[in-house]
Ligand binder design. Structure first.
Ligand code: CDP
Ligand code: CDP
Length: 213
């Protein structure tokens, strides 16, 4: 079974996909984490994020893998480091490079060949798994998505303001929607769910019901 979940930042893709995967006993693949891991390595190596040669070379050297749903670079868990504001700012620039996308899509398809999987991202239903058994597109208003990200910040940490988060999401969504290769889009056969006024459990139940129907 292949399930695709796409949508903009903060729509709830990874939260929902993990729970659906657990309910169905299938694997979960966070494709956003893969692009984030490359952005992190580009930052660390002080590479040019707009140079396809440098970015692709960095991606190949990263030896991206997953252990217990945690993303690893060269065997080391980088789960926390890929979610910083610096990575947020860089990731869409790296993700618009066609050469990197081609390489990523191949890696993601390879995983789906041997495993039942639910993947979340931007181009899963449209490019990575066009023949997926089920496709969902999760959405929510920008205010609600920004508020969700804001609420995730630990209380005792100097986090970003709600406005900064909203601006960051708005810019990233625009870059993801407007790139030439693999843009954020609603696949023609995807079921769109507006999660703005739904709880997590409600969204999971709706998806499981659709799958079982
Ligand atoms: O969790 P959040 O929605 O903020 O982002 P993410 O899913 O971790 O994805 C981070 C970034 O990776 C996105 O803003 C896209 O630029 C890129 N991405 C992509 O281009 N294609 C995918 N299939 C997944 C992510
Ligand atoms: O992966 P994506 O960027 O789409 O979103 P996420 O990383 O799963 O973050 C969504 C946040 O909103 C999490 O803190 C969820 O607990 C919360 N949330 C949700 O995912 N779905 C709802 N219907 C309501 C809240």
């Amino acid at each position: 079974m292949k399930i695709a979940i796409d949508g903009p930042a903060g729509a709830g893709k990874s939260t929902i996909a993990k729970l659906v995967a657990a309910a169905l006993g299938i694997d979960y693949l966070d494709t956003g984490a893969m692009y984030r891991a490359v952005a992190l390595q580009v930052l660390k190596g002080d590479k040019d994020p707009e140079d396809p040669v440098q970015v692709l070379e960095t991606a190949k050297k990263a030896e991206i893998s997953f252990m217990n749903n945690q993303i690893c670079v060269q065997g080391e868990n980088v789960g926390e480091a890929i979610r910083t504001p610096q990575v947020n700012r860089l990731v869409s620039k790296v993700a618009k490079i066609p050469e990197l996308r081609e390489w990523m899509v191949e890696k993601q398809r390879e995983i789906s060949r041997t495993n039942d999987v639910i993947m979340d991202g931007r181009d899963i239903g449209s490019v990575v798994l066009p023949d997926a058994d089920h496709k969902f597109y999760l959405d929510a208003s920008i205010d609600i998505r920004a508020r969700r990200r804001y609420d995730e910040q630990p209380e005792n940490k100097d986090g970003q303001s709600l406005e900064d988060i909203k601006e960051d999401i708005r810019r990233r969504d625009a870059e993801d929607r407007n790139r030439l290769v693999g843009p954020l889009t609603i696949a023609h056969d995807a079921i769109v769910i507006d999660t703005s006024h739904m709880g997590v459990d409600e969204v999971v139940a709706m998806i499981l019901k659709r799958i079982k129907e």
